[in-house]
Design a protein around this ligand. Sequence first.
Ligand SMILES: *[C@@H]1O[C@H](CO)[C@@H](O)[C@H](O)[C@H]1NC(C)=O
Ligand SMILES: *[C@@H]1O[C@H](CO)[C@@H](O)[C@H](O)[C@H]1NC(C)=O
Ligand SMILES: *[C@@H]1O[C@H](CO)[C@@H](O)[C@H](O)[C@H]1NC(C)=O
Ligand SMILES: *[C@@H]1O[C@H](CO)[C@@H](O)[C@H](O)[C@H]1NC(C)=O
Ligand SMILES: *[C@@H]1O[C@H](CO)[C@@H](O)[C@H](O)[C@H]1NC(C)=O
Ligand SMILES: *[C@@H]1O[C@H](CO)[C@@H](O)[C@H](O)[C@H]1NC(C)=O
Ligand SMILES: *[C@@H]1O[C@H](CO)[C@@H](O)[C@H](O)[C@H]1NC(C)=O
Ligand SMILES: *[C@@H]1O[C@H](CO)[C@@H](O)[C@H](O)[C@H]1NC(C)=O
Ligand SMILES: *[C@@H]1O[C@H](CO)[C@@H](O)[C@H](O)[C@H]1NC(C)=O
Ligand SMILES: *[C@@H]1O[C@H](CO)[C@@H](O)[C@H](O)[C@H]1NC(C)=O
Length: 644
Amino acid sequence: MAFSLFSLLIFSISLLHHPLSSNAALPKTALFRSELISEPTPSKDVPPTTFFEVTKPIELPRTKPCSYLVLQHDFGYTYGKPPVLANYTPPANCPSQGFAKIVLEWKATCKGRQFDRIFAVWLGGVELFRSCTAEPRATGIVWTVKKDITRYHSLLMTNQTLAVYLGNLIDGTYTGVYHVNITIHFYPADQERYSSYDMPDSDNLVKGYHSGADLILPISRNFPLNDGLWFEIENSTDVELKEFKIPQNAYRAVLEVYVSFHENDEFWYGNLPNEYITANNLTGTPGNGPFREVVVSLDGVVIGAVWPFTVIYTGGVNPLLWRPISAIGSFNLPSYDIEITPLLGSILDGNTHEFGFSVTNALNVWYIDANLHIWLDDKSVKTKGKLMTHNSLPPLVSLVSNFTGLNGKFFTTVSRSISSSGWVQSSHGKITTKSSQAFNYTNLMVMGKSGNLQIVNQKIDFNDSVVAKMPSNSVLSYKSFKRFPFYLYSDNLDLGGGSYNSVANVTLGFNEKRVKASDSGVSVSSLWNLQNGQGSMIVKGNLVVSGLGSTQQSYQYDSSKFCYFRNVSSSNYTILYDKDGSACSKRTESHLGYGLGKWWPFPARSAFLASDPHHVNDFITMDPMKSPMIMVFNIGPQLPLAST
Ligand SMILES: *[C@@H]1O[C@H](CO)[C@@H](O)[C@H](O)[C@H]1NC(C)=O
Ligand SMILES: *[C@@H]1O[C@H](CO)[C@@H](O)[C@H](O)[C@H]1NC(C)=O
Ligand SMILES: *[C@@H]1O[C@H](CO)[C@@H](O)[C@H](O)[C@H]1NC(C)=O
Ligand SMILES: *[C@@H]1O[C@H](CO)[C@@H](O)[C@H](O)[C@H]1NC(C)=O
Ligand SMILES: *[C@@H]1O[C@H](CO)[C@@H](O)[C@H](O)[C@H]1NC(C)=O
Ligand SMILES: *[C@@H]1O[C@H](CO)[C@@H](O)[C@H](O)[C@H]1NC(C)=O
Ligand SMILES: *[C@@H]1O[C@H](CO)[C@@H](O)[C@H](O)[C@H]1NC(C)=O
Ligand SMILES: *[C@@H]1O[C@H](CO)[C@@H](O)[C@H](O)[C@H]1NC(C)=O
Ligand SMILES: *[C@@H]1O[C@H](CO)[C@@H](O)[C@H](O)[C@H]1NC(C)=O
Ligand SMILES: *[C@@H]1O[C@H](CO)[C@@H](O)[C@H](O)[C@H]1NC(C)=O
């Protein structure tokens, strides 16, 4: 029993002790582990496999980009060493200097055996990109990630130091060196009247509400460092602070927060309540329950929160699931914006102020930093402002537990809202802004088969809104409605002789609707991005003896400007089908207005007692791909999948 529980929990939920869980952040205490992610020895001349994350193409102007290779580096043994640095200068030889779009391209190859590694790219301490490496195959892999970094335009037009931290280990077992090129593509604007990227749109509104910031301050750790520039949050009481000072003529500010979770919290959404751990006398099982939130404070007052998307790194749950289709967000982790314009009045005094980051219920370790985007009034040296209202109550948490021994159910619900309003007086006049966040969380966890079975059914709702009242009395609002469904079914069967069979089904969704409204109209965009994965493996000791991962994904993005869909499926490294196109979904066409009730894919539901394990996935009814779930239990001859 103890063994099976250990293998279940540690297998699918934890990282520190299990061979196959993701190692995106390497535990410092276990630098040299002998566990393997293994594969057949390659036959000759097999081309590298291309791994990818499904996402929409970046909308580009029809102009030829000026492209610069800003870093070429081989990440061998880089763990615990300073970030790789390069001098960055803005494009000098580009015929046009009015850039409509700026794209960062990460391209990497790797061959051999290696864990997934978290990494990030900073420019002048401002984080541009956070990502996770793909896990290589013996035959080699290649992958490319493109990210629209136009919002960092003002920073990219100045000389800076580029920093990349990717903590990798090379030894006799882990042979994969990551060969990386980072290129930045600058696309000139394609219409002469749009001389630069920040031309106003038809709204005739203050520039700060439709273009990149004039100044971006890093809210990250300073050099010198033998690590990333992120802060490391190690427990629930840990608060990491950063002092900053803003120019006194700011009139808008947005804090962009980057977040990733590792080691004991890599699979936080499956962490067990402490009462279960204590009652069963478990040790080494990550606890604190399954709820986490990143809390941001300004001068000690909570001003915003992030309830993060459940990114699964490329080695997570079952590494075979993410080859070649990577998990949502794994190659380009989302960042989260918190509008702090209502609070500007409190920090325009020319003095030093302090942001703080903490994580409710955190276990070691969370990597967090932020960028402060600031818009400056070019017609005055001082603006002024005042915070009018501020509301932030602690999260309302409810946990209902019903367990006997190692079997039972846990239903956790949490909700919270944070809002502030205030005005700023600048040459644009007096603009009053209200910023609000509202969150809702439910997590139903079922433990069965004496701890060998775990089912997690989680849903995060994350609403943001910014409403700005202009001096003309016109009102501009930006609203975002996010829903992150997550489902995990994980069953381990002890096969004896130190082997076990692990079955894991995962559903992962990132859905977001954005609504922008102004006097000139309403524009809506929506994203539905859903993955289903089914994995099975036979694990013996530390080795994957055999296994199979199958993944299906459907991606639909709709907006008034363009639509994009992709429907792709893979099994055993092979793409089974792959269709994409620019058709808008029927569903969204009919709901492009408000009508969120219809837009929500999931029925509201709060039925703890109705949580029969066979029905728990009722939360996830948006399941457009009931495609064949292929399962292979290859218990036959033990394939020495390990190669060297
Ligand atoms: C990086 O760029 C160099 C020079 O263009 C090229 O030889 C190399 O193959 C590139 N590597 C990757 C991983 O794209
Ligand atoms: C930026 O760096 C380039 C190359 O080193 C240098 O020629 C230029 O003068 C620098 N610009 C500024 C504003 O420091
Ligand atoms: C939490 O982490 C901080 C930072 O590492 C440490 O100083 C503190 O002792 C820890 N607290 C607990 C209760 O472990
Ligand atoms: C709890 O764990 C301790 C330490 O491993 C062990 O001595 C004890 O027997 C365990 N008790 C139960 C009830 O399992
Ligand atoms: C707790 O679980 C047991 C076993 O499944 C069940 O018989 C009992 O009714 C449950 N109690 C509550 C309060 O839900
Ligand atoms: C988010 O907004 C939608 C649409 O207005 C609403 O139905 C839902 O209750 C909101 N969620 C939260 C957590 O406030
Ligand atoms: C997976 O593909 C390999 C060849 O690429 C094949 O040898 C193996 O049998 C396949 N596994 C399953 C379970 O289909
Ligand atoms: C939050 O979720 C609970 C449980 O599903 C539900 O009762 C409540 O209405 C939700 N609140 C919002 C604002 O969506
Ligand atoms: C994706 O393609 C599969 C296979 O062609 C099909 O069964 C499924 O309905 C498609 N899903 C969507 C959302 O288009
Ligand atoms: C998990 O996946 C397997 C294999 O595809 C399937 O047989 C099983 O019904 C799935 N279980 C759940 C609860 O989704």
